[in-house]
Design a protein around this ligand. Sequence first.
Ligand SMILES: [Zn+2]
Ligand SMILES: [Zn+2]
Length: 246
Amino acid sequence: MIARCDLHIHSALSPCSDDDMSPGLIVGLAKLAGLDFIAITDHQTCGNCEAAMAIAEAYDGPVVVPGMEAESREEIHLLCLFPDLAAARDVEALIQASMLPLKNRPDIFGEQLLFNDDDDVTGRETRLLMQACQLSCDEIARLVLERGGVCIPAHLDREANSMLTSLGAVPPDFPTDWIELSQRADPDQFFQQHPDLAHYQFLVDSDAHHLSQIDEPGWPVDIQSWSGPAEARLRLLAALRPQSRQ
Ligand SMILES: [Zn+2]
Ligand SMILES: [Zn+2]
């Protein structure tokens, strides 16, 4: 079946996103938009994924995929999607262990808000999340794939933090069959300019930092039908996994 997806959404835990990007409002708007799947993908953290998953299940919202937008030491942004919270937290811990102990400056970078499953602010992440870690993009991809997730080069059409800008290419041995384009991209034009990428499948996500940016009607991904959120996450990830590495 065709699932409608927006797999790149920042919550208020990302300093660059609006403070009203609470898990509850994201889930509620995604439900109104008719999305089947969303992923919460904050910079270098999965700290609001648990709340979003609990709220979505309590209110019959879309399936929430725990995710993270990792920034590698090459300053490449990677869309990391996981089958469950334990896998996400595992990779988060390894990434954060390789980050510098810099403190966030909310007055400069913005607040980094943590929420519970009542959608209340429970705290603030004090470490600056807008920084690269010391793991390479290959190392991050390996950690994510080992835990049943997928690691997709993010917003390849953009200048900033794109694998194409940093490396000049998607290395053929980078373990993905999928790439992500931003909503600003014209996919036909993009693939004309990058014929070497023609064999990749692609996602277009909102990369929402404001509530109004959550995608409608969502990007279509063909997946097997499911009966509950846990199975749904596995089905989605099965569709996005590199086929040669199943
Ligand atoms: Zn990014
Ligand atoms: Zn992003």
